[in-house]
Design a protein around this ligand. Structure first.
Ligand SMILES: *[C@@H]1O[C@H](CO)[C@@H](O)[C@H](O)[C@H]1NC(C)=O
Ligand SMILES: *[C@@H]1O[C@H](CO)[C@@H](O)[C@H](O)[C@H]1NC(C)=O
Ligand SMILES: *[C@@H]1O[C@H](CO)[C@@H](O)[C@H](O)[C@H]1NC(C)=O
Ligand SMILES: *[C@@H]1O[C@H](CO)[C@@H](O)[C@H](O)[C@H]1NC(C)=O
Ligand SMILES: *[C@@H]1O[C@H](CO)[C@@H](O)[C@H](O)[C@H]1NC(C)=O
Ligand SMILES: *[C@@H]1O[C@H](CO)[C@@H](O)[C@H](O)[C@H]1NC(C)=O
Length: 735
């Protein structure tokens, strides 16, 4: 007929085109609550312009805990009710999907096309694991390849056929939906008359349970998909069934357009609160500070709380301190600042609270303080962190700033969980820590510092013993409580009656943001509090906090020929070194006889204390190697220092004892000389004169070091200190 009846052919083509476009897709989903997962589902649906009808919203959930056991009958009942009105719409394709743990990766046209290619009236999602009745395995039709078993999380079909399937439902809300569909599918007669099959090769539906290793993210232009590498397919519906919810969260950090190489984070500014619009009513924040063990640099941490860019009267402080050692720091901070904050509560070591109990108390405290809308929790037991915290406020129910150990991959979040619930590295972990991918990331675990919305504590997590769960540490407990709602209660109350009362997992999403550089984690390992100034000894654990960092901004002056001058120590480090020496107190008196040195005789003696005498020589040499050696390389190019020094000491100049030092050479290749206090404030006079160049440095700067060659060229003297006391730290390097 082709040659005789071209018109007819044209007509047929037209009809097909007409049919293709006349078919409509309606998405039906059951959700009784607007969980974070539900919102995510709806967001992905609206991105692709799906038409979605939500069934059961606001209804009490009676379908059991579908994450862990059988249940879900309520879903079929609601679908059955909805389908009654749609039963005669022959052109309507209905897609019934879960929504708490599911996202779209493609649009409705693609689904319709793939559904037509499948050439069946009803298509179920498939998976490799059989559930809930393993005995039915033999009854499944055999297939050559692909996933063999039915999963009820995704069903697509023509409305009349879907109706014929679900109208068979006459069970209870807590009976199992998947078992119901499975039995219909496994009935050969029904399978044929209802023209049903499974999406064996994940053309439309990707169930992640048992298939995590099969899928990869596929980055396209402005769009990210999931690719199934086994079937080489691009599934449209991605379902985190079983215990793959965390993996779905990971995928959904990208799919469909959450983060792309081209545009970065596209959802980061969702739910943003413009703080400048809020001038009248900034949210009240409870700042929980939990000090569970001796923690370096705690006074600095408190000072930084004062610099938070936020109205202080809106900040309410709750400090749990479990360490007698820190009581003096807290006392001081309280005395100076108790009226600065909205309120200020301290729970001390005498309460003998466990970490979890203390954290719970902080959480309950936010309820007593009915005005508080947020909890900012700093967990100092693992180090101190701080953030430009206003930048956190706008976001999600639970959000933490990314903080890392200095120049390490160690951070305060996990990108993935192992099967037993502990650390696993996600593919994107390093990129997030190094801020090569910047955004707001849904993650399974975070610690140390986070912000929780008060409403979450009062609602979603209300019944939870937030921070105490089995033997988990408090952060683990909190994160698991946030991720899932039912697992341990299920264990506590195994009876079927109470079981029916369970609701689906609330899965409050937790986010970490690395959109800004929020701060550092400090190591508390090896914090020895038996010294006089303990933070000084942190040069190995927390070097950057001890002195001013040289690495990012070295600036070196040259006040005299071959005399270099550069900053090394913070004010605090200087004060602590001086304090440490005065605390030790045994100054040598500047005598020629000196038992501390080999030979026992010093020709140019100073009134000093050796680093070794206070047990600081190891730390001091470390400092020389880490922070002085790089400067040496810059200024004496070609010279590689061994960073070795025997003579490391602090000198005290004062008119009452020794005021100056006569001209001399040092027994070193080069010498460093660090001013530990301020001219004109702490002493008058002082300085250093280099004879060969007739050049003096009369105004040393506190925390700055000189570096000059020791022998031959740099004959020098210590100029008289005329009033007060001058302190310098000296090392003869490479003697
Ligand atoms: C959804 O609809 C809007 C408005 O018609 C359109 O601009 C947008 O491109 C559509 N989105 C997709 C993914 O097709
Ligand atoms: C299912 O329906 C399609 C048409 O939609 C038909 O081509 C196919 O043969 C049917 N399959 C079975 C097993 O009946
Ligand atoms: C503190 O609590 C622990 C465990 O709860 C208990 O073993 C210990 O005796 C308590 N200490 C004091 C001083 O009450
Ligand atoms: C802590 O410092 C003291 C005093 O210097 C020292 O005696 C002690 O051995 C140190 N403890 C540890 C565990 O290093
Ligand atoms: C050293 O310099 C000072 C001024 O800086 C000058 O007064 C003095 O004469 C100089 N001495 C020598 C020996 O050059
Ligand atoms: C030394 O300094 C103190 C305090 O700054 C001052 O009172 C005193 O007059 C000074 N003495 C001399 C000799 O300059």
């Amino acid at each position: 007929w082709m040659s005789f009846n071209g018109n007819h052919k044209k007509f047929k083509l037209c009809k097909c085109v007409f049919l293709c476009f006349s078919e409509k897709l309606l998405v039906l989903t059951v959700a009784t609550e607007e969980t974070d997962g539900f919102h995510r589902f709806m967001k992905s649906a609206s991105y692709f312009n799906y038409t979605v009808k939500v069934l059961g919203m606001g209804e009490a959930w009676k379908g059991g805990d579908v994450g862990r056991s059988i249940g879900g009958g309520q879903k079929v009942r609601l679908l059955k009710e909805a389908m009654e009105a749609l039963a005669d719409q022959e052109d309507l394709v209905v897609l019934s999907v879960d929504s708490y743990d599911l996202i779209f990766a493609g649009g409705p046209e693609e689904i319709l096309r793939k559904f037509q290619q499948a050439n069946h009236k009803v298509l179920f999602a498939a998976e490799g694991l059989i559930w809930p009745d393993k005995r039915l395995a033999d009854k499944y039709p055999s297939i050559r390849s692909g996933k063999r078993y039915l999963n009820s999380g995704g069903i697509i079909g023509y409305a009349p056929y879907i109706n014929r399937v679900v109208s068979q439902w006459n069970l209870h809300d807590n009976d199992d939906d998947q078992l119901f569909y499975t039995k219909i599918y496994l009935d050969p007669l029904q399978r044929e008359t209802l023209n049903m099959t499974l999406d064996h090769k994940c053309q439309i539906f990707q169930n992640l349970n048992g298939a995590v290793d099969e899928v990869l993210l596929k980055f396209g232009t402005g769009r990210v998909r999931v690719r199934n590498t086994v079937y080489d397919s691009l599934p449209v519906v991605v379902h985190g069934n079983g215990n793959t919810k965390m993996y779905l969260n990971y995928l959904a950090n990208y799919v469909p357009n959450a983060w792309t190489y081209e545009n970065g984070c596209s959802l980061c500014d969702d739910d943003i609160v413009d703080l400048s619009q809020l001038k009248v009513s900034y949210p009240n924040v409870l700042v929980g500070v939990f000090i569970e063990q001796p923690t370096p640099f705690l006074p600095e941490f408190f000072q930084r709380l004062l610099t938070l860019d936020y109205p202080k009267d809106k900040l309410n402080l709750f400090i749990h301190n479990n360490e007698v050692y820190h009581e003096k720091h807290i006392q001081k901070f309280w005395e100076e600042n108790r009226n600065v904050f909205g309120s200020f509560k301290v729970v001390g070591p005498e309460e003998n609270l466990s970490q979890g109990e203390a954290r719970n108390m902080g959480m309950y405290y936010i309820r007593w303080l009915a005005v508080c809308e947020m909890l900012l929790s700093f967990i100092c037991s693992d180090g101190i962190t701080i953030s430009p915290f206003c930048l956190l406020l706008p976001y999600r129910k639970i959000i933490g700033p990314l903080v890392t150990r200095h120049s390490k991959l160690w951070s305060n979040f996990w990108g993935a969980l192992s099967l037993d619930g502990y650390y696993a590295r996600s593919e994107d972990y390093v990129d997030i820590v190094q801020r090569k991918r910047v955004g707001v990331w849904n993650i399974p675990y975070m610690a140390h510092v986070y912000l929780v919305k008060g409403s979450v504590l009062r609602n979603e997590l209300k019944e939870r013993n937030y921070f105490v769960l089995e033997k988990l540490d408090p952060d683990m407990a909190f994160c698991r409580n946030s991720r899932e709602m039912t697992s341990h209660r299920e264990k506590d109350s195994p009876s079927p009656e109470s079981f029916h009362m369970l609701r689906p997992p609330k899965g409050v999403f937790m986010y970490i943001t690395n959109r800004h550089d929020f701060g550092r984690l400090i190591s508390t390992a090896n914090y020895n509090i038996s010294h006089y100034n303990n933070d000084l000894w942190q040069i190995f654990e927390n070097p950057v906090s001890v002195h001013r960092s040289l690495s990012d901004r070295v600036f070196v002056l040259q006040p005299c020929p071959d005399v270099f001058w550069f900053p090394v120590f913070s004010e605090k480090a200087c004060d602590e070194i001086v304090g440490e020496m005065e605390h030790y107190g045994s100054w040598s008196g500047g005598r020629h006889e000196d038992k501390r040195i080999s030979g026992g005789y010093e020709t140019v003696p100073t009134d000093d204390i050796h680093m070794k005498q206070i047990g600081f020589d190891k730390e001091w040499l470390h400092f020389i190697r880490e922070f002085i050696s790089p400067v040496t390389l810059k200024v004496f190019s070609g010279y590689y220092t061994k960073g070795y020094a025997v003579m490391n000491f602090v000198v005290k100049y004062t008119p009452e004892r020794q005021a100056y030092l006569r001209p001399h050479h040092d027994s070193s290749t080069f010498t460093i000389n660090i001013a530990l206090n301020n001219k004109d404030r702490d002493f008058e006079g002082g300085g250093c004169r280099f004879h060969r160049y007739n050049c003096s440095i009369s105004s040393p700067r506190k925390g700055w070091s000189f570096m000059h060659p020791g022998r031959l060229t740099h004959l020098h003297e210590g100029l008289p200190t005329t009033n007060g006391t001058r302190y310098i730290a000296v090392s003869f390097i490479d003697p």
